[in-house]
Design a protein. Structure first.
Length: 594
């Protein structure tokens, strides 16, 4: 038997106090329109998540909200359902004004929000139209497509702050926010940072007066000091909901999300990653986060040497390609993704040995010194915040993030809702200050140390050391630059030239893969397989335990395979052939002397 919420109470700048309220256990308890309920059933949302059950009643009552809830808790569903229900309840004649505006800091998150809203409006498309301004179309083309006829605009607009301002500043644009009814700010804690502070102040001038004329939601997994500025700009006596239930307000507990760390130097990171992946020490789909595009390509080129297929996601790629990569990853086409955190992340500079220069590069030596390490990327790019990556088992911080919020949103891509996950951070001496800050913040939040030392035997890694370091020597800045240019050209071609063709041939779009080798370096075939002498004995036993089980019920003695294993190890040992040749030569010399 389900129980409804008690009558909501407005609390000015305070948190909701725990009373005797009970949580709704069904979407039917919210009094939603049947068309929304039918769409929710199609999405197979069995019941509201904890944050949805607590927040939706307040959202439907017309009150402003300041919501803090952990990643993967279903925050998008809160305002998406509230927005559609608002429009269906208060239907109006078609006007030339936007009724609901949703702002998000990244194009990827805007696309995800639009997808959720599109699915929830499956059975009310005639009443509700929506438009995503963050798409790759130019502002001029968007102005023409915004108005379906001379008297109407889409009821819902999704956009990034920069793109919205382009339309608002254009006097020829039909976009008008003067009669806005609902304003939603997703990932609100960075909408006032990352260069958006001035944009948000300018947007506030185009909104209705600050008197209670529109409803506003500020939603995020982390709330910082910038939220105070946004509250003053947009909120009117908000209800503050700081989720406090079985899940933490920031991250899941240690039973759901296991967090490990390894102290290592920069070159050891590459050795550890190759060892972990080649020995399959982590099972399931994995995302590796790095702090720079250059580091991402260095890691991808190294994995190509060891025949490990990966797709790469960064701000330099066209938006259509980025969205396609995320979609294919969620569809299960790729198991490993390398992702840069943000376009403006400043990587920690590591001292690197001088690299051999190609012929003719000495003349351009001066230009290379002044050339910036990073290229211009899309400032509205971001995959660590808000994006739903499906069934991600492991998050690896190859480069440790430089602030607490970035760490929270990175590892929040796994252990979503009720799933389990693992986060592994590789920490160098220069990254230790960032790691200690994150460690201290989590310990203050939970009252215990959330990090565990990832233990392994050094001899298991030493076997891969020479192979990895030898491969790294061939990955120079020149080869990284060539790989970046090659992939960007390829993705631009796929994104623009074939866009019309793929619109008519959806099945062939699925065949377009993003994990193909760049072929900038010569790939060595012998690195594809792991010889037996590099596999730890514990892994050999686990891999052969199933094959050694008897197939019959009689008590026949099992054959001793120890000699066979020794022979196989000798055969796979690259030194054995050379040693045999030396021994044969010694015997031949001794025979001739006699």
């Amino acid at each position: 038997m389900s129980v409804r919420f008690a009558e909501p109470e407005i609390i000015d700048d305070g948190e909701l106090e725990e009373g005797e309220e009970t949580v709704s256990r069904s979407f039917y308890d919210f009094g939603l329109d049947n068309r929304i309920l039918k769409a929710i059933a199609d999405l197979q949302w069995a019941s509201p998540t904890a944050i949805q059950a607590e927040t939706i009643p307040y959202a439907l009552s017309g009150k402003d909200l300041l919501v803090k809830a952990r990643t993967g808790s279903g925050k998008t569903g809160v305002y998406a359902i509230a927005a559609i229900q608002h429009l269906l309840t208060k239907q109006q004649t078609k006007t030339s004004n936007v009724r609901i505006l949703i702002l998000s800091p990244t194009k990827e998150l805007c696309h995800q929000i639009a997808t959720v809203l599109f699915k929830l409006t499956t059975y009310c498309r005639r009443e509700i139209n929506l438009y995503d301004l963050s798409n790759s179309l130019s502002t001029q083309i968007q102005k023409q497509s915004l108005i379906s006829n001379s008297n109407s605009l889409p009821e819902i607009i999704i956009s990034t702050p920069t793109k919205l301002l382009e339309h608002l500043k254009d006097s020829t644009s039909a976009l008008n926010l003067s009669t806005l009814e609902l304003f939603i700010l997703d990932e609100a804690d960075i909408l006032y940072s990352l260069g958006y502070a001035n944009d948000m102040k300018k947007i506030s001038k185009y909104l209705p007066s600050k008197s209670k004329s529109y409803q506003c939601f500020l939603i995020s997994a982390t709330l910082n000091d910038d939220i105070t500025q946004l509250k003053e700009l947009f909120l009117h006596n908000p209800v503050k909901i700081n989720q406090n239930d079985d899940y933490s307000t920031i991250l899941p507990d240690n039973k759901q999300l296991l967090q490990y760390y390894i102290y290592c130097e920069q070159d050891q990171k590459f050795i550890l990653i190759i060892t972990i992946l080649k020995l399959q020490l982590l099972m399931g789909r994995t995302i590796l986060f790095v702090n720079s595009v250059e580091q991402a390509y260095r890691l991808k080129l190294l994995m190509e040497q060891f025949h490990i297929k990966t797709c790469l996601l960064n701000s330099e790629l066209p938006m259509d390609s980025r969205l396609h990569i995320v979609q294919q990853y969620n569809d299960g086409l790729y198991d490993i993704m390398i992702a840069t955190d943000a376009p403006n992340a400043v990587p920690i500079q590591e001292e690197e040995p001088p690299e051999p220069e190609a012929e003719g590069d000495s003349k351009k030596k001066k230009k290379k010194k002044t050339e910036p390490v990073t290229r211009k990327g899309d400032k509205e790019y971001g995959v660590s915040r808000g994006i739903d990556f499906y069934r991600v088992a492991n998050i690896i911080n190859f480069d440790f993030p430089m602030d607490f919020d970035s760490y929270v949103h990175r590892v929040g891509r796994t252990a979503r809702v009720d799933q389990k996950g693992l986060a592994l951070s590789l920490v160098t001496q220069k990254e230790m200050p960032y790691f200690e800050i994150v460690r201290g913040e989590l310990e203050n939040e939970y009252g215990e140390d959330m990090f565990h030392l990832y233990r392994f035997k050094s001899e298991q890694v030493d076997g891969f050391r020479y192979r990895v370091l030898d491969s790294l020597r061939g990955i120079t800045r020149v080869s990284i630059r060539e790989a970046r240019l090659k992939e960007i050209k390829s993705e631009i071609f796929n994104s623009k030239k074939l866009k019309t063709y793929f619109n008519d041939n959806k099945k062939e779009l699925q065949l377009l893969r993003h994990d193909s080798a760049l072929h900038v370096l010569k790939v060595k075939e012998h690195l594809k397989h792991v010889p037996d002498y590099l596999i730890p004995n514990s892994l050999k036993k686990s891999s052969t335990s199933h094959s050694e089980q008897p197939t019959s019920t009689n008590n026949k003695r099992k054959p001793d395979n120890s000699n066979r294993n020794v022979k196989r190890m000798k055969h796979n040992n690259p030194l054995s052939n050379s040693l045999n040749a030396v021994n044969a030569l010694k015997k031949e010399i001794a025979r001739k002397r006699t």
